[in-house]
Design a protein around this ligand. Sequence first.
Ligand SMILES: *Cc1c(COP(=O)(O)O)cnc(C)c1O
Length: 345
Amino acid sequence: MKDLQQLARPNIWALKPYSSARDEYKGKTAEVFLDANESPYNQPYNRYPDPLQLDLKKAISGLKQVPVENIFLGNGSDEAIDLVYRVFCRPGIDNVVAIEPTYGMYEVCADINDVEYRRVPLDEHFQLSAAALLAACDEHTKAIWLCSPNNPTGNLLLREEVEKVLRGFDGIVVVDEAYSDFSDARPFRADLPLYPNLVVLNTMSKAFGAAALRLGMAFASADIIGLMNKVKYPYNINSLTQETVRKILGNTGLLHQHLVDILQARRSMELALESLPICLRLYPTDANFILMRVTDADAIYNYLVDQGIIVRNRNHVHLCAGCLRITIGTRSENTRLLSALRKYR
Ligand SMILES: *Cc1c(COP(=O)(O)O)cnc(C)c1O
């Protein structure tokens, strides 16, 4: 790996971050806060939230088995994705390489930041070739985007190929594991100590059922986390989110039960969908959704919309022609979808 100073944008490396009122009195116990121009009324909302979210990070650290110093928290994973560009990629000069198809935000954030986005198609089993990804890189490639289990395909990327990318590339490798809670595979965050160039993304939006609260995580070396913290808005996670997520994480029994329910429902949906006449192919999934190739994706999508049932039409996505992406819902939601599809003519 190149050293971090070579990889980071020079202005970011040199950046002196905003120092908040609370940063400047360190650790001392205090009871009277007249430093931040807050109102003394309307508690508890009158106070700025903890900019580094220490209590929440401690809870996440225990759950994910990642030290606090290796955790960044963002306003959704989307913030972490955007920060990778803002920290490492010089607009109009640097580029990134990504698998195709994959999650759309990597490309949107590249476009916003005026960074060239290079797509390397997966093979017909939706697998990556490390050699092809590395061949697409040049001296201006700052990051490679991987997503496993991948969206919209649902499959895990081959660990061996991902490791070849991690070892063979001298820049940042992002592995988005938004769906890893639904998989038995060993998550890449467990290998952080092995790879100084690895950034793993996780989210509260999927297995933890908290998409509305907007909390995403990045796990990486303390130095990379330091750069991300320097660039983020000082109070990027509001108090309500910090507090509510802590409560959700405290109820591990319920979280586990939801996960078990979703995985059982996924199995029954696989069997039921497979037996439908409209089903041409069901792809293997390690996520909470199933990609299915059907006889006429656009017509079936529109038919379902008319029934008040929304799935994701991936018909026009590279390698996904004819495919619908179906999220696993509650028993009754899944049953409604199946009975509508059984009636489709
Ligand atoms: C849903 C999803 C996310 C979640 O993004 P948030 O901003 O945390 O809600 C991240 N990555 C992938 C691949 C996803 O499918």
